[in-house]
Design a binder for this molecule. Sequence first.
Ligand SMILES: [Zn+2]
Length: 373
Amino acid sequence: MSLYLIEVIVKSPIQIADLVIGNVFKQTKCLYIQSNTIKGSILSKFYIEYNINDVIEESNNPSINFHPLYPMLNGYTSRSAHLLLHQCKLCNVKIESDKDTNIFVNDVLINKELLSKFRFEDFHIPSKCPNGHLFAITPVKGLVIFKDKIYKKIDIDFVQLESIGITRGIGRVEVGMLYSYIGVKPGVKYLGLVYDHYDKIKDWFGGTPKNGVYRIGRGISRGMGLIEVKFNMLDYKDYIDKRSRDIEDAILKTNGIVILRALSPILKMNGSEFSYKIDLDNIGLKPMNIHEDLNYLSASSEILKGYSVYTNLPKLSIKGLGAGTLYFYKVMDGIDIELLSKNLAELEVKGFAEPYNVGLNIMEVYTDVKYLL
Ligand SMILES: [Zn+2]
């Protein structure tokens, strides 16, 4: 098994997950790059330019797990905000120093006692921010980075582009074909993991693929969607060891509560059954129900389209819980925490539930609590 860290740098504006308003205006609303988008981009170049025919086999029977890619800021990788982060509209006014932020964390993530008996029914959105502003609290949307125990919102740079349609037949500008696009600006960097269970990529290239320019998203014929992809092969065992230690520290800090944060949409598919229930009994975790009989807290849902890889049905639309969803578990009695932490680190790279390797059910242990509690 092999593990890569891939770094993507936007070279020409990229357009991903369009929101179409009317016929004309298109906006990129997805702030991270979904797994299937980057997987499609990389594998099509492998197939078309490097003539790797085994790519077909990988599409039919996927075993390479591409994680979603999140934008970076000053060396920190962002994550989707979750429901236990709040923001004060009035503190927002001016952020001058590195320590300034208008995001604050719900008491549940700061106080072990409150965390251990957390129920959503008892949950109150604070009426006052830490600076005393009353009734100015809103949920945090979008992406945040966590640095020095502080959450900050990050905004990725977008660019607006005008484009004039050319009629192919006569090579002339056609009336009414003026488009306006919003795309992610060149220079934005993204980071994510790729887990390759059977070392397929290594076999195809006799090592790590060279860094190169790939095409992603819409508008490729208009020169958009160029990205540079850098592949860094990680030492799998080292990575798992290091991550296990982080996870173990977090579990000791929470007194046996494990919080998972979704990086991709969450949807378990078992035959024709869909569910959001992620069962981790086999590694020694029981669900900690926080709302009725549910153990997750979700701020959004995401529509997933075209999972032909799995179902062979074109344009199937299904709804998954969005990135930023939090799952809560308790460690069962008598479980070896070191082994549990290692199992969790491995599930982080492989995915937490079937279907595997199609860009669903990728989560990570919310180790931020190590610094918050
Ligand atoms: Zn405030």
